[in-house]
Design a protein around this ligand. Structure first.
Ligand code: DLL
Length: 447
C-alpha cells in the first residue's frame, strides 16, 4: 500500500481498509488474475529452479502449455521432502543479491527447511497480513501485542510488518515470559493479541492466578493460529476471556501467516487467492476433489519471486466452501483446519486425530484445556492414554467426583473415537505449557 493511501485512510473505527480491495473483486476478475499470475510463476520456476524444470521436462510439459486454470492439475506436486533435499537454497528462483530475508522452519526431524523473500515478496506478505487484520476488524489505533515468536519462525515478523502497515501500534514482545506478557497487556492498553491458541489458554490461566480479569481490560480480539485448534477450544477461549478468537492460517513454505484468515463471521478461512491458489486433492490418489469435499489442501504461490512453490502438498486436511460469505468477500473459504494427514495415529485399527480428542475432552464439564496424548506399545499392542488436567476442586475430591469425571471423559472419548482409551486425570499444572506450538502427542512406541 502506498503512503498516500495510508494517509487517506484515517479511519480508526474499523471501516473499509483500502488494502482489502482485492478481497471483494468479482470472481471472474480474480480468475483472470490467477491465470495470468499462474502462467508467470510457472515460467519463472521453469526458468530458474532446476528441480521444477526437470519435472516438467520428464512430463514433456512446457510453461506455455498452461493456458487455463484447470491446467494446473497437469503440473507436478511439490512436497516437503523437496525442500529438505534441496537444502538450503536449491529452490530459490532469485539470485541471493535479491533475497532480502530468510526464514526457516525447524521441522521435527533433521535439517530445517529454508524459505526466501525478495523485497516484493515482503510487500505481498505485508499486504496479506494487513488484509488479515482488517478482516477481523482491527485498525489504526489498535494496540497489538505480538506474542508469536520472533526469529526464524515466520509468525513474529510476518504479523509484525502487517500490524505496522495497518497503522496499529505493535508491541513486539515475542513468545514466553508470561508474567511480563500480562503486565504489558494491562499497562499498555492492549486491544488485540497474536499468538498460538494454546499459549493464549496459558495466558488466561495465568491471568486468573494473578487476579486479572480480561473483561476489565480493553483486549477484544485474538489472532490465533500456527497450530490446529477446534471449535470447542474457541468456545473455551471466548467464554473464559470475553474476547473474539479468530483463526489465522499459513505455512512457511507458502509465505508464513496470512495465507488465509477468518472474517468477523468466523465461518471458515478466506484464502487470499489473488496470491495463493488453493486446490483440494484426495491424499491417496492425488486427484482433485470437488468443492465441499474434504481432502488435502494444495497451495500454489501465484506471485512469489524468491521461492515460487507450485502445487505444494500441505498435508493439512480441509474442504473448500464455495458458498458466498455474508461479509461480501469474494475470496473462497476453506473449513477450519483441525487436522493434518500426518498427525493421525492408528490404535487397534482405528484412525485417531488429536483434534477429535480435544473436542471430546472439552465437551465434559470440569476439565481444563490442558491435555496430552501418550502413545505406548505393550506386548505388541498400541495403547493410547489421554492425560487431562481437572480443576483443583475436582482433583481434591479424591473419591467420587474424580471417578465420575474419569468415567464421563472415557465415555465421551469412546463415543467420539469409537474406541476405549485410557484416561488419567491430573492436577492443574501437571502438563507442560507451551509458549508457541503445543506438543500434544508423546509417542513412545519407537516406530
Ligand atoms: O505456523 C505460520 C503461522 C504463523 C500461521 C502464525 C499462523 C500464525 P509453519 O511453522 O511452517 O508456519 O507451520 C505451518 O502449521 O501447515 C498447519 O499444519 C499448521 N497451522 C498453521 N496455522 C494453522 C491454523 C506457521 N490456523 C503448519 N489451523 C501448517 C490449523 C495451522 N493448523
Amino acid at each position: 500500500m502506498s503512503e498516500t493511501t495510508t494517509e487517506l485512510w484515517s479511519d480508526t473505527t474499523g471501516g473499509f481498509h483500502p488494502a482489502s480491495v482485492p478481497d471483494y473483486l468479482p470472481a471472474r476478475q480474480i480468475r483472470e488474475l490467477q491465470i495470468r499470475r499462474l502462467r508467470a510463476v510457472v515460467r519463472r520456476a521453469y526458468d530458474h529452479v532446476k528441480l521444477f524444470r526437470q519435472r516438467l521436462d520428464e512430463r514433456d510439459l512446457l510453461p506455455e502449455h498452461i493456458e487455463r486454470l484447470d491446467d494446473i492439475t497437469h503440473l507436478p506436486f511439490t512436497v516437503k521432502a523437496d525442500l529438505r533435499d534441496t537444502y538450503p537454497f536449491g529452490l530459490f528462483a532469485s539470485p541471493m543479491s535479491e533475497v532480502v530475508r530468510l526464514h526457516a522452519s525447524s521441522g521435527t526431524t533433521g535439517k530445517p527447511i529454508v524459505v526466501a523473500y525478495t523485497k516484493e515478496d515482503l510487500e505481498v506478505w505485508t499486504n496479506v497480513m494487513v488484509r488479515s487484520f482488517a478482516a477481523c476488524g482491527l485498525h489504526r489505533g489498535d494496540v497489538i501485542q505480538n506474542a508469536y515468536g520472533y526469529g526464524l519462525f515466520t509468525g513474529g515478523l510476518g504479523a509484525h510488518y502487517g500490524a505496522e502497515a495497518l497503522g496499529a501500534t505493535v508491541i513486539p514482545i515475542s513468545g514466553g515470559n508470561t508474567d511480563r506478557q500480562m503486565m504489558v497487556m494491562k499497562d499498555f492498553g492492549v486491544t488485540a493479541i497474536c499468538c498460538t491458541p494454546s499459549y493464549f489458554v496459558h495466558l488466561i490461566e495465568r491471568a486468573q492466578e494473578m487476579g486479572m480479569n480480561f473483561r476489565r481490560m480493553p483486549l477484544r480480539a485474538g489472532i490465533f493460529g500456527a497450530e490446529p485448534w477446534t471449535e470447542a477450544m474457541r468456545r473455551h477461549i471466548e467464554e473464559a476471556s470475553g474476547i473474539k478468537a479468530y483463526d489465522i492460517y499459513g505455512l512457511s513454505e507458502i509465505i508464513g501467516p496470512g495465507v488465509g484468515i477468518e472474517c468477523q463471521h468466523q465461518d471458515g478461512l478466506h484464502i487470499f487467492e489473488d496470491h495463493f491458489f488453493p486446490e483440494i486433492i484426495d491424499p491417496e490418489t492425488g486427484e482433485p476433489l470437488p468443492d465441499g469435499e474434504e481432502g488435502e489442501l494444495v497451495l500454489t504461490t501465484l506471485s512469489k519471486q524468491a521461492m515460487p512453490v507450485i502445487r505444494y502438498r500441505t498435508r493439512d486436511i480441509t474442504a473448500i466452501n464455495p458458498e458466498p460469505c455474508s461479509c461480501g468477500r469474494s475470496l473462497r473459504r476453506i473449513r477450519r483446519i483441525s487436522r493434518r494427514s500426518d498427525d493421525m495415529f492408528i490404535i487397534r485399527g482405528v484412525n485417531v486425530f488429536p483434534s477429535q480428542i480435544e473436542t471430546a475432552l472439552l465437551a465434559v464439564e470440569g476439565t481444563l484445556p490442558h491435555y496430552q496424548i501418550l502413545l505406548t506399545r505393550e506386548k505388541g499392542l498400541d495403547q493410547l492414554e489421554v492425560q487431562i488436567e481437572v480443576t483443583a476442586e475436582v482433583f481434591s475430591d479424591k473419591v467420587r467426583a474424580l471417578e465420575d469425571l474419569r468415567r464421563q471423559i472415557g465415555l465421551s472419548l469412546e463415543h467420539t473415537l469409537g474406541l476405549r482409551v485410557g484416561v488419567r486425570l491430573v492436577e492443574p499444572h501437571t502438563i507442560q505449557r507451551s509458549e508457541g506450538k503445543a506438543r500434544r502427542v508423546i509417542d513412545q512406541r519407537n516406530i
